[in-house]
Design a protein around this ligand. Structure first.
Ligand code: DX5
Ligand code: ZN
Length: 217
């Protein structure tokens, strides 16, 4: 299924609940929540108290993207805060298999994210265990960057790898996605679309509706 996962990193935090409701009303299926620790990536964002609080405003899928060192230490906390899907970076887990198992044991959906320069082989063994692979289309850490073109080939290769294993794993793309390139990443095989600045700059509801028109076909 094709889904829109707006990244609240670019939201107006003084009106976060309202903006999440607008996205909900526009029909966005996911809420993308970027957790950064200032170590794995340079920025620091927010953690479990914010997730717990916005959980009251939305029953959409909370798509928690952990850009933190050794995220395995915090799976229980994010599960308890209200995550539905937890994505960890292959580069930040010393024992990726164990961390993915810990997410699944909590009864949640599990995703593995790959930085632009990380090869697909980092996740190939784990494909049968994961629900989603997140192909970073920018270097993680900041909103508002431009998509790195070679990552689109990577999405295409991942789609083939998933197909070759007889799986239906979701492919999410994150970073620099806008109304001009969303069709291209979807044609390459992505079906869960993260977008931050392109949603929150301007009228949130109208922007979300424009993306959904393309995403839902
Ligand atoms: C980047 C984050 C993204 C970011 C996307 O590290 O993972 O989710 O918010 O923002 P845009 O769509 O502005 O590139
Ligand atoms: Zn993200």
């Amino acid at each position: 299924m094709n889904c829109l996962s707006p990244s609240i990193l670019s939201a107006d935090f003084s009106r976060l609940g309202e903006q999440i409701q607008e996205l909900d009303e526009a029909g966005a299926q996911y809420v993308h929540i970027d957790v950064m620790d200032g170590m794995f990536v340079p920025s620091i964002t927010f953690g479990t108290p914010v997730i717990k609080s916005i959980r009251k405003c939305s029953d959409r899928i909370f798509d928690v993207h952990l850009m933190i060192e050794e995220p395995g230490r915090y799976i229980d906390d994010f599960a308890e805060a209200g995550a539905d899907l937890i994505t960890v970076h292959a580069e930040s887990c010393r024992h990726l298999d164990r961390t993915v198992s810990a997410i699944k044991e909590k009864g949640l959906l599990a995703g593995v994210a790959l930085n632009p320069a990380t090869p697909l082989s980092a996740v190939s063994c784990l494909l049968p265990q994961v629900d989603m692979v997140l192909v970073m289309t920018v270097n993680p850490g900041f909103a508002g960057q431009s998509l790195i073109p070679y990552t689109i080939d990577k999405v295409r290769d991942l789609k083939q790898m998933i197909h070759a294993q007889g799986l239906k794993t979701d492919i999410e793309v994150d970073g620099g996605i806008n109304l001009s390139n969303v069709a291209e990443v979807m044609a390459a095989g992505a079906n869960i679309i993260v977008t931050g600045s392109a949603i929150f700059n301007g009228n949130v509801r109208e922007n979300a509706e424009s993306f959904l028109k393309i995403i839902n076909g």
